[in-house]
Write a new protein. Sequence first.
Length: 360
Amino acid sequence: MTLKFDLQPSPAPRGDAEREAILADPGFGQVFTDHMAVATWTAADGWGDSAVVPYGPFALDPASAVLHYAQEIFEGMKAYRRADGSIWLFRPEKNAERFAVSAHRLALPELPVEAFLESIEALVEADEAWVPSGGETSLYLRPFMFANEVFLGVRSSRRVQYCVIASPAGSYFSGGVAPVSIWISRDYTRAAPGGTGAAKCGGNYAASLLAQAEAAEQGCSQVLFTDAIERKWIDELGGMNVYLVTSNGELVTPELGTILEGVTRDAILQLCPELGLTPVERRVSLQEVLNGLKTGAITEIFACGTAAVITPIGELKDVDGQYRVGSGEAGEVTLGLRQALLDIQYGRREDTHGWTRRIR
Ligand code: COI
């Protein structure tokens, strides 16, 4: 099944000069384009009302289910403008599939992959002028879906709103590719087996915010969580996956289960053999990480995600102390992988995996 997302043009789009000024220094997630893609679902009629409409607020009844029980999911993806002006997506079907997996876990209706892709393409087409060019800029796309049945009973909503908004983006971290410090949370966990850790739902992020605030107080940009049962195995960061580089050429990342199956995480697993590295997905204990930093068995650590791309980690911290990663500077392997990934996304390296999709 697919849905058509015809454009209902905004009567008041931003002027060229204003838009260009925004695109010159977009930051992350602060300014939104002129349109948004929408669709609704009802238990009685399924999907409908799909269109690209002027960007604007929703009118939400105070009894809308999402405001009470957080039945909500989202995605993060980017449209990239290449040097020749063309616009491309990176593995958008992976986001579409994950969106369906998240929907299933949160008892929301699955949006067919084709309809998801159609909504993304229609919005980017409508707001093409908002795709920045140069450096590592992109148009960040945020598809999301939430329960908006007006009902306080606890059950899955019979009315759901789907929407995609878009925001021109520079670096997620204000320091760009500068190494970040990470706070190891001892008090809080992010996800338990059987829970929603592998789904991209707002609740996971809400639950990370207190730990994230603790991290900020310690001068750290993100939190590293450990597993909820033994508090022993590393899980993921507040909003991104994590990788370790070992001195014997392995690239190690926590196995799937309670963590999000990151699109960037997966791309790295597939890319690293081309760079002479061995990908390893397994459980990794925090003790192994701290020992490895001390002995030199772990040479680099980095965070990865759509928003963060690949961001070097220069230091871990916890209540007991600080643990420098390598020299504290961005490592060679991290930077090499980062470059390879960006080169594929921006069309400077051959896309042998068929990951990129031209839309304009
Ligand atoms: C992304 O990397 O796109 C994310 O969704 C992470 C974060 C900004 C919530």
